[in-house]
Design a protein around this ligand. Structure first.
Ligand code: CA
Length: 224
């Protein structure tokens, strides 16, 4: 799966000030973000829910970030993991990469670099190297959130974007209404029972009725 807007991320960071800044930046990009502050909670969240990416601080109360990472990989869980280490923490970075992390960022975070590395990992996880989606005359650039239909620029709301992106990232894959709802919101947000249908309706109006198909009783897909 891939990208800003539609993706669900787990942020594991015990420092409140840093965590708040990163949480806000990720939400600002349209990601649904769950934030945990210790290793034990991170373990529990990763066991209970599937994420598109984990941003994992290594120095954590409860359980060390490396232990969380090793446990995740021991469960054969392939969720992309971006570890965060201190600038001088070379040994920890190497240990983390060898324990199954996909990439690292240095703390203090450069937020623009962090967001770019997240986009790159999500792109790779979706099995794509190219940064722009093209499908049935609709093109989407996840970095700029530019959406074009037959070359014409189209504006989407943040939540329309959140519904569209996971569908168009994997043409032919059916996502249930519940899976799309999960992409929409972080923990604790209220959602209307027909929210996904409303956004799908808006997307069809803007992008063409045939782009998103309703697979009766199963969910939605963009045809391959
Ligand atoms: Ca820490």
């Amino acid at each position: 799966m891939a990208y800003s807007g539609a993706m669900r991320l787990l942020l594991v960071e015990d420092d409140t000030m840093i965590g708040e800044a990163v949480h806000e930046a990720l939400q600002g990009e349209g990601y649904a973000v769950d934030w945990t502050r210790d290793g034990g909670q991170a373990d529990a969240a990763l066991a209970a829910q599937s994420y598109d990416l984990v941003l994992l601080d290594l120095g954590l109360p409860g359980r060390d970030g490396l232990a969380v990472l090793r446990a995740l990989r021991a469960r054969k869980d392939r969720t992309p993991v971006l570890i965060a280490t201190a600038r001088d923490g070379v040994a920890r970075r190497i240990e983390g990469l060898d324990a199954g992390a996909d990439d690292y960022v240095l703390k203090p975070y450069d937020l623009d670099e962090l967001l770019a590395r997240i986009r790159a990992l999500l792109r790779r996880a979706a099995g794509r190297a190219e940064p722009v989606y093209e499908h049935q005359g609709v093109s989407i650039n996840p970095a700029t959130r530019e959406v074009r239909v037959q070359g014409r620029s189209v504006a989407l709301s943040a939540r329309e974007w959140a519904v569209l992106e996971p569908l168009i990232a994997r043409p032919g894959l059916v996502l249930s209404r519940q899976q799309l709802e999960d992409k929409l919101y972080g923990w604790g947000d209220e959602i209307a029972s027909n929210a996904v249908e409303v956004f799908i309706h808006g997307l069809r109006r803007k992008l063409g009725a045939s782009l998103i198909l309703n697979v009766r009783g199963v969910g939605y897909m963009v045809p391959a």
